[in-house]
Design a protein around this ligand. Structure first.
Ligand SMILES: CC(C)(COP(=O)(O)OP(=O)(O)OC[C@H]1O[C@@H](n2cnc3c(N)ncnc32)[C@H](O)[C@@H]1OP(=O)(O)O)[C@@H](O)C(=O)NCCC(=O)NCCSC(=O)c1cc(O)c2ccccc2c1O
Length: 261
């Protein structure tokens, strides 16, 4: 597969998969998800690879989630909501090696979900975390909510989703969303140090540990696929479209005219 939206590089047994859409703050469209799925499949089953790094190109963003300019009801690709996002999310969990999120800027919306799904997250002190779903007419009804609660606790996860605030890297560290925070200029060196340490450990023991951690939250996969059907209906609603339009028109959404459920 020819990659247009991502970069793929191998360095000392680590596969670096980088979303390369800095002009869109590394937001993903259908094609981006397909390329990420291909790259994770490639790294995941290559026995010479011991660890995978997921990164975003440029300084401003790790990833800001679904590309809102490719979004009018459905997104522009495959799958229940026009993005093969379920496949990507489950693949990050299914690859039998640790995935490290390298976060230098915004990890917002679906970008935040990707961090939540990665085994480990290492952030620059300039990184910013948060959810935007209820601000832009969306929600991740699965790993982005339920798995987040396992990392940060129920109360904090609900706060993150209901209020859509932004959190600094230090706040994310304190709530258990990231493993380490380092100065921006030390981020790559720190990620490489973690990769080198992992490369010295038994790959089979790590694969079993990863699957064992996953087993306990595997029920979320079912919640996610059911939720995706509900989300498909929500995306077709005027309430959701108001959120998308407001973001693209750079104005505040007016959700109060919809009664909700
Ligand atoms: C990231 C921000 C907080 C940055 O705010 P700031 O004020 O610094 O900058 P701007 O807002 O002016 O943005 C600069 C520039 O980037 C464009 N941009 C940023 N993010 C996106 C995006 N996601 N899609 C398209 N374009 C984006 C922005 O339009 C500006 O462009 P200019 O040309 O005008 O310069 C802020 O931008 C922000 O809050 N972004 C979030 C956008 C968003 O709505 N994300 C999608 C949420 S929904 C989602 O991600 C999602 C993910 C999943 O994994 C799901 C899984 C399952 C179901 C559903 C899912 C889902 O909906």
């Amino acid at each position: 597969m020819d990659y247009q939206d991502i970069l793929y590089a191998v360095e000392d047994g680590a596969a670096w998969i980088t979303i390369n859409r800095p002009e869109r703050m590394n937001a993903f469209r259908g094609r981006t998800c397909d390329e990420l799925i291909h790259a994770f499949g490639r790294a995941g089953w290559d026995r010479s690879i011991g660890v995978i790094v997921l990164a975003g190109a440029g300084e401003r963003a790790f990833c800001t989630g679904g590309d809102q300019s490719a979004h009018e009801g459905q997104y522009d690709g495959r799958g229940t909501i026009g993005l093969p996002i379920e496949e990507l999310q489950t693949l990050i969990r299914d690859v039998p090696k640790p995935v490290i999120a390298r976060v230098q800027g915004y990890a917002i919306g679906g970008g935040n979900v990707l961090c939540t799904l990665c085994d480990l997250t290492i952030a620059s002190e300039k990184a910013v975390f948060g959810q935007v779903g209820p601000k832009v007419g969306s929600v991740d009804p699965g790993f982005g909510t339920a798995l987040l609660a396992r990392s940060v606790g129920e109360k904090k996860a609900r706060e993150i989703w209901y209020l859509c605030r932004r959190y600094s890297a230090q706040e994310a560290l304190a709530m258990g969303l990231v493993n380490a925070v380092v100065p921006a200029e030390e981020l790559d060196a720190e990620v490489r140090r973690w990769c080198a340490e992992i490369m010295e450990r038994s790959p089979t023991a790590i694969a079993i540990a990863k699957r064992s951690f996953n087993a306990d939250s595997e029920n979320i996969r079912g919640i996610s696929s059911m939720g995706m059907q509900a989300l498909n209906l929500y995306y077709a609603s005027e309430e959701s479209k108001e959120g998308v339009r407001a973001f693209n028109e750079k104005r505040k959404p007016d959700f109060r005219k919809f009664s909700g459920s």
